[in-house]
Design a protein around this ligand. Structure first.
Ligand code: GTP
Ligand code: MG
Length: 192
């Protein structure tokens, strides 16, 4: 997949504010600071389409991007960051649940997990939601440049067993050396 254009469309909290349901959509979810924005930037070959942050929890709305006038990417706010005010954390669940339940153009959710850590209860909950709503998903293990290739394969297997996944539902990725980029793009093309 060759990226010819990538642009920010809008941020939205509520359904009424989403862009119209026209293009197929892929959403990116995961805990704060796991690397969602970096993954999107890597996929579209842009350094700063999506703002990455050293202070976790800054993205608090659904951010919509249009790629090649062909797909929308949706950057979810990260979950599970303690410093985010309670009022903001409380709006995360209805916002994301509403999106997942009602967005007809949603084709796949990419869930990011840190390749070095065990999945959290929030991660597991999200996986079970997607299964319940029958939404295709792919687990991406980020920051795999911080461990060896072998170690990432081991982690892949441990996390797969822990979350009761199929082999093809999990993949190693790095925004630093771009490992996994082509494969993730291929999966996206397959579902849209
Ligand atoms: P929030 O929007 O706050 O939830 O964070 P996010 O999930 O969008 O994470 P973001 O992409 O902003 O990355 C967080 C930090 O991790 C940044 O300092 C990134 O440079 C770093 N990072 C992201 N991906 C990778 C990766 O694959 N390898 C390494 N080494 N660092 C990464
Ligand atoms: Mg982000």
């Amino acid at each position: 997949m060759k990226i010819t254009s990538a642009e920010f469309i809008k941020s939205a909290l509520k359904r009424l504010d989403y862009p119209e349901e026209s293009l197929p959509e892929v959403a990116f979810a995961g805990k704060s600071n796991v690397g969602k924005s970096s993954l999107i930037n890597t996929l579209v070959n842009r350094k700063n389409l999506v703002r990455t942050s050293s202070s976790p929890g800054r993205t608090q709305m659904l951010n919509f991007f249009r790629i090649n006038n062909q797909i929308n990417f949706v950057d979810f706010p990260g979950y599970g960051f303690a410093k985010v005010p309670v009022s903001v954390r409380a709006q995360w669940k209805p916002m994301v649940e509403d999106y997942l339940k009602y967005r007809k153009t949603l084709k796949m959710v990419i869930i990011l997990l840190d390749a070095r850590r065990a999945p959290s209860a929030d991660d597991a909950t999200l996986v079970r939601w997607l299964e319940a709503f029958d939404i295709p998903f792919l687990i991406v293990l980020t920051k795999s440049d911080k461990i060896s290739k072998n170690k990432c394969s081991t982690q892949q297997k441990i996390i797969k067993d822990f979350l009761l996944l199929k082999d093809e539902e999990i993949i190693c990725f790095s925004a630093v050396n771009k490992m996994g980029r082509q494969e993730i793009l291929k999966r996206i093309m397959r579902v849209i």
